[in-house]
Design a protein around this ligand. Structure first.
Ligand code: F6P
Length: 331
């Protein structure tokens, strides 16, 4: 009989509950005992565990957030606290740990997996985890952003205004790019692709002159010099850009909400596969999605490599925006 612990760590995202549920139910189906760790790595350090049965995860498949709660643990970066965590796991007779989280959490998992049998699952709205096409939570966040963009366009068109819509994503432009393409934005500003404020002003001016009723720029939070600086720049050139400028920072609304069908399925598949990894003794690995298939990705690679944004979406978007003829780079 094996004893497995599961935790969610770092920023929450939609799909954590279905992933935990899948780990718990899969493990129980193999006759394993499952323990939930509250507040991520903080719970490991504080010895905050609760035993879970199949009923503990009943009715949560459609809930956002994480019923185990989560935390960004600074203490886990210190060896002293990791030793404390290790001691708690050994004292409780835990054989394996499943960690669900984003880049920071999986980097911590890579370090900890040198000392303890561990399997990782990618969960982050940023879609910046190396080795997986999609992380849990990305699809739901993307749908949330799209819903916001559609609504903002209604008000933008009614007033003939330009909106800068800022998405989350840390250093990754994925959410901005995918939502910009799917939402038909007039401009997409991401850290991976340079675009000057002057160029944005030109695009806005051209759009107004063409008689467009709105201008939507989706701005990734990691884009420099940033949304506020761009808004100031454009407002100072009001006569040229013509559109009145408004800014909407979507913020944490992107992290909450009912997980989409895609995220529920991905979370359930990944949770179940993580338990298979435990059964097979495949430790120090993350469950990744590559070309529709679940694969094992070494946590060490996840921690050391940077995921590259696929710019195919970017060039298609530029064509959709119809700016290639004006000299804009379209791939
Ligand atoms: O990593 C997820 C994320 O939402 C990022 O997109 C964002 O930059 C960050 O977390 C915000 O973190 P916090 O919720 O701790 O403010």
């Amino acid at each position: 009989m094996k004893r497995i612990a599961v935790l969610s760590s770092g920023g929450d995202c939609p799909g954590l509950n279905p992933a935990i549920r899948a780990v718990v139910r899969s493990a129980i189906s193999y006759g394993f005992e499952v323990w939930g760790v509250r507040r991520g790595y903080e719970g490991l350090i504080n010895d905050d565990f609760e035993e879970l049965d199949a009923r503990s995860v009943g009715g949560i498949i459609g809930h956002g957030g994480t019923f185990l709660m989560t935390a960004r643990s600074k203490r886990f970066l210190e060896e002293h606290y990791r030793t404390e965590a290790l001691r708690n796991l050994h004292r409780r007779g835990i054989d394996a740990l499943v960690v669900i989280g984003g880049n920071g959490s999986l980097t911590g998992a890579a370090v900890f997996s040198k000392k303890f049998p561990l399997v990782g699952i990618p969960g982050s709205i940023d879609n910046d985890v190396y080795g997986t096409d999609m992380a849990i939570g990305v699809d739901t966040a993307l749908n949330t952003v799209l819903d916001a963009i559609d609504k903002i366009r209604d008000t933008a068109s009614s007033h003939q205004r330009a909106f800068l819509v800022e998405t989350m994503g840390r250093e990754s432009g994925y959410l901005a790019l995918a939502s910009g393409l799917g939402g038909g934005a007039e401009a997409i500003l991401i850290p991976e692709k340079e675009m000057s404020m002057e160029e944005v002003a030109d695009l806005m001016h051209m759009a107004y002159e063409e008689g467009k009723s709105h201008f939507l720029a989706v701005v990734a939070e990691g884009w420099k010099p940033g949304t506020a600086a761009l808004a100031n720049y454009l407002r100072e050139r009001q006569n040229y850009v013509e559109f009145k400028i408004r800014v909407t920072v979507l913020g944490h609304v992107q992290r909450g909400g009912v997980p989409s069908a895609f995220d529920r399925l991905l979370a359930t598949r990944m949770g179940a596969r993580a338990v298979e990894f435990v059964r097979e003794g495949k430790f120090g690995q993350m469950v990744g999605l590559q070309g529709g298939k679940l694969v094992a990705v070494p946590l060490e690679k996840v921690a050391s490599e940077r995921k590259k944004l696929n710019l195919e979406y970017y060039y298609i978007a530029r064509r959709m925006e119809q700016y290639c003829l004006s000299g804009a780079e379209c791939g």
